[in-house]
Ligand binder design. Structure first.
Ligand code: UDP
Length: 375
């Protein structure tokens, strides 16, 4: 008999949700993480009363009512609505692409006027868009593409828009109304007190070992089932080669005596020549909490995309054919495992948002726990 029912590798959202469900079903759970904190990339850290998103802005949004109800058990969510701005030289635009953006770009006032400009500009694309560039131009025209998409996207992904899949740009809404909400989902908000508290509550009742690499416990037979949320290629010792990821580097500054640096949580820098993509000012995520907003300092982070190599944190799977094919080979191995479940952005090599991750973890935990009930 193993000591634990589940060894969960990674204390991020997938691992924490799985741990919570397993604990609810009375299972013994050990969660390990190689970092010195829980939360994975949603980790927030207190900087003098301001929750700082250490791995970049995380704004929770979902259309999945069950997932929305699920997260409320662990924290109060505020009504934060993401409305980032885009800066191109000295020009400032509203995002996502909506009537405010089109007014700022062309001076058009009505939806019909905006559509007419875009229809004219998109004529250069004939047939189904084959890549991100064609998709972007056919959605919003060449002007918006040039000023607000091309530079940003090429910095973010380290490759040309012509070599990127169209679906990435379809993550963003395009609207012919005056509405700067970055997301279309019905539910949106940020947990008061930060995500770390939320994940801590999810992990209640599970044993958690930090600073612990999977390799250190692998083969010890600690648990009947392993839930692995690290990179799938690392699990298999990169035997078919490395999957590509994009990584990020953050330069974070605590500005003493500054109450409000930029007047918004997120400003995107869409020019190619500015080396970072976004500047986030963390206190604005807690806009409703005077104890955060009244701090006489503010914390800002500049986000610099970079290629991933071993030793860096992987953030985004690179969604091209070569990587999908490579992933499929690892997935074949994973499918034949009896006692290992792969989950999360890295375990499944998918561009999951937080709500997708929670949904996947819930489904996966329910499957696993139902099956084990009949064993
Ligand atoms: N994007 C852009 N300009 C912007 C913001 C986003 O071109 O100002 C594009 C870019 O290609 C990016 C994609 O939209 O990769 C998806 O953006 P999202 O904000 O969803 O990315 P994430 O928050 O996951 O980094």
């Amino acid at each position: 008999m193993a000591q634990y029912d589940y060894l969960i590798v990674g204390a991020g959202l997938f691992g924490a949700v799985f741990a919570h469900e397993a604990r609810q079903a009375g299972k013994k759970v050990l969660v390990i993480d190689r970092r010195n904190h829980i939360g994975g990339n949603v980790y927030t850290e207190d900087w003098g009363g301001i929750p700082v998103h250490r791995y970049g802005a995380h704004i929770f949004h979902t259309d999945d009512e069950e997932v929305w109800r699920y997260v409320q058990q662990f924290a109060r969510f505020n009504r934060f609505t993401n409305a980032p701005l885009a800066k191109y030289g000295n020009e400032l635009y509203h995002l996502p692409f909506n009537m405010n953006t089109f007014y700022q770009m062309w001076g058009v006032v009505t939806p019909a006027e905006a559509r007419a400009v875009i229809d004219e500009q998109k004529k250069e694309i004939t047939g189904e868009p084959r890549n991100l560039e064609e998709q972007a131009i056919s959605l919003v025209g060449r002007d918006v593409y040039t000023k607000l998409i091309k530079g940003y996207t090429e910095k973010q992904w380290g490759r040309e828009c012509k070599d990127l899949p169209a679906f990435i740009i379809r993550r963003l809404p395009v609207r012919f109304v005056y509405d700067n909400n970055y997301f279309n989902d019905r539910f949106q908000g940020i947990p008061a007190g930060g995500y770390t508290l939320l994940v801590q509550r999810m992990l209640e009742g599970a044993e958690v070992l930090l600073n612990t690499d999977f390799e250190a416990v692998r083969g010890l037979g600690l648990a009947d089932t392993v839930v692995y949320t690290g990179p799938i290629d690392a699990y298999y010792g990169y035997r078919f080669g490395e999957l590509a990821y994009r990584s990020l580097r953050f330069e974070t500054e605590d500005l003493q005596g500054v109450n409000d640096y930029q007047g918004n949580a997120v400003i995107n820098y869409t020019e190619a020549k500015v080396p970072y993509t976004r500047l986030i000012e963390h206190k604005h995520f807690a806009y409703d909490q005077p104890e955060v907003m009244n701090q006489h300092h503010t914390v800002i982070s500049r986000e610099y995309p970079m290629d991933w190599k071993q030793g860096l944190e992987p953030y985004y799977p690179v969604n091209d054919d070569a990587n999908h094919q490579l992933f499929a080979r690892y997935q074949d191995l994973a499918d034949s495992e009896k006692n290992v479940i792969f989950g999360g952005r890295l375990g499944q090599y998918r561009y999951y948002d937080m709500d997708d991750t929670i949904r996947a973890a819930l489904n996966c935990a329910r499957d696993a726990l139902n099956n084990s009930a009949f064993e």
